[in-house]
Write a protein of this length. Structure first.
Length: 186
């Protein structure tokens, strides 16, 4: 059902969540819940995975996660700033989670040239058991999905009927999982 490299990346995240006794929540836009689907394909993940908010539109990002209208108007939804607010917002809304990851981007076709294939991934964590203490941003990165395809496992995955958009989604999901695993180890 899923490419083996994605299952392997999801298993690495599950293992790190278990080792560090952490719970994860996601906010996904351009991947449309793909990372959550990968995580929930793993037996026993319910001990470590809280859920995912698929927030594809601006209004949903604002109402569900508290992304500011000013952020979207100034930077658009394809920005580090929006990924940051998504990661912090979904963690703030999920008290049992201790780590969050958020992804937003434009995987085409029809994207403005400056946004075509661009993905932004934010990672946040709780630093205190006191829920009044706001979570902190661990990292936020902007990446070109075509470069991820060229340098990663998607390049070696058979394209069998996959569109460029779908290949970009696979690469973005894999990168998100890798950044989650990295955050858990730091």
């Amino acid at each position: 059902m899923f490419p083996e490299f994605l299952i392997q990346s999801a298993e690495e995240v599950k293992s790190a969540l278990s080792r560090h006794d952490r719970k994860l929540v996601l906010a996904e836009s351009c991947t449309g819940g793909l990372v959550a689907t990968l995580m929930t394909s793993l037996p026993g993940i319910s001990d470590y995975f809280c859920g995912s908010a698929v927030v594809y539109r601006w209004d949903t990002k604002m109402k569900w996660l508290g992304v500011q209208a000013e952020t979207l108007n100034q930077f658009t939804d394809v920005s580090r700033e929006t990924a940051r607010e998504m990661a912090l917002g979904v963690l703030q809304e999920t008290p049992e989670a201790s780590l969050s990851a958020a992804i937003t981007g434009h995987l085409g076709p029809g994207a403005p040239e400056s946004q075509d294939g661009l993905v932004c991934i934010g990672i946040a964590r709780r630093t205190s058991c006191d829920l009044a203490v706001p979570p902190e941003l661990v990292s936020v990165e902007a990446l070109q999905s075509d470069a991820l395809i060229a340098s990663g496992p998607v390049q070696n995955h058979p394209a069998d009927g996959l569109t460029l958009r779908q290949r970009r989604q696979l690469a973005a999901a894999d990168q998100m999982l890798k950044l989650i695993a990295k955050a858990l180890e730091s």
